[in-house]
Design a protein around this ligand. Structure first.
Ligand code: SAM
Ligand code: SF4
Length: 338
């Protein structure tokens, strides 16, 4: 595209609470080869093709954000690696000069073949979701996933040489909370990191009751502490994890605790759905339609950038996730871009 070389001077994106936004999560698809119980319904209707951004449009949005001073873009979904021609998009975003980091969150199913090309395209860090090391349980949680395929993908990522690899694990009481130490031992063995995530109430699910399956970061931390004393790590990622270190391993343990430890005051991020909706907060519906700006004004990256700057005023102060009410946010995580 010719218009995306028209760079403006980097303008920091700052919201009305003084938070600088320098991190964007771009969802490149709402589709996925898995149907994780906390993320999707078993029968999902995916978006029609005409409604989703094409790869050039996604690249234009990435360029606009980079021009506006965004330093870190994470590609997510749905499963980003099932999007047709995703590597070409990644290669192009990887070439954006002002971007410091391009990262990706994946379920690992395609990594056996794609880990090395991703690394070559400039992806430095990768997050891989893994909630269980037991085959049948993994299948029950993901509904369609194959544990061995994912484990091979994790090994391929380790061999490819990424700077850091992090496992993301959502812990659900009664389903996989007895595997917390096994997962810690797994990352210690592989010399990679792990983040434990509290389940968020996104989308209505009937498969389990989120109030009953909720397992807090503090409970997880206390359990790990009995086996491996944890000390606060100075490591930061650009995300909301609090990191801890064990005294005999380089693996870091992070906790993402949207319920128990609100991190909104530190929020430095926005999301763009694959429909081109700029979401100002994971837990609120405030959004701006970037797709119609692009489609009504092709070749006008300045207008797109101005729309993004103006949208910062809509960023709400905090989310209000609650386990007591019906989910306020009716979109599932796969359409949000996790
Ligand atoms: N398909 C990729 C994957 O699974 O890693 C990327 C998208 S997925 C939506 C991103 C992350 O969101 C995953 O680590 C997943 O476990 C997490 N996730 C999905 N639904 C969630 C929910 N309701 N609460 C907390 N985390 C969730
Ligand atoms: Fe797919 Fe990721 Fe959602 Fe699981 S968490 S269904 S792998 S998008």
């Amino acid at each position: 595209m010719t218009n995306n070389v028209a760079k403006t001077a980097p303008t920091a994106l700052v919201d009305k609470f003084g938070r600088t936004v320098d991190y964007v999560r771009l969802s490149v698809t709402d589709r996925c080869d898995f149907r994780c119980v906390y993320c999707m319904a078993e029968e999902m209707t995916f978006l029609p093709k005409a409604d989703i951004l094409n790869l050039e449009e996604i690249e234009l949005i990435a360029t606009a954000f980079a021009n506006l001073g965004v330093k870190h873009i994470r590609l997510t979904g749905g499963e980003p690696l099932v999007r047709h021609n995703i590597l070409s998009l990644i290669q192009n975003i990887g070439k954006l000069e002002s971007l410091k980091e391009l990262t990706i969150t994946t379920n690992g199913s395609q990594l056996e073949k794609l880990a090395l090309p991703l690394f070559d395209a400039g992806v430095e860090r990768i997050n891989i979701s893994l909630d269980s090391l037991q085959e049948q349980r993994f299948k029950n949680i993901t509904r369609t996933g194959n544990l061995h395929q994912v484990l091979k993908g994790i090994d391929a990522a380790i061999d490819a040489g990424f700077k850091r690899i992090k496992i993301n694990a959502v812990i659900l009481k009664g389903r996989n909370d007895d595997e917390i130490i096994d997962l810690v031992n797994f990352v210690r063995d592989k010399k990679i990191d792990i983040a434990f995530i509290e389940e968020m109430p996104l989308g209505l699910i009937d498969e389990h009751n989120r109030k009953i399956t909720f397992f807090s970061s503090d409970e997880i931390k206390a359990l790990i502490n009995q086996h491996y004393p944890l000390t606060t790590s100075t490591a930061t990622s650009s995300g909301p994890s609090n990191y801890y270190q064990m005294n005999d391993s380089d693996s870091r343990i992070g906790f993402i605790s949207p319920h128990s430890h609100n991190f909104c005051h530190l929020c430095n991020r926005v999301r763009v759905t694959v429909e081109g909706r700029l979401l100002l907060c994971l837990g609120n519906e405030h959004s701006v339609d970037l797709k119609s700006v692009i489609r009504n004004n092709p070749d006008n990256i300045e207008l797109l950038q101005q729309t993004i700057i103006d949208a910062m005023d809509l960023k709400p102060e905090r989310h209000h996730f609650s386990l007591d009410d019906e989910p306020q946010i009716v979109r599932f995580m796969n359409t949000t871009g996790g």
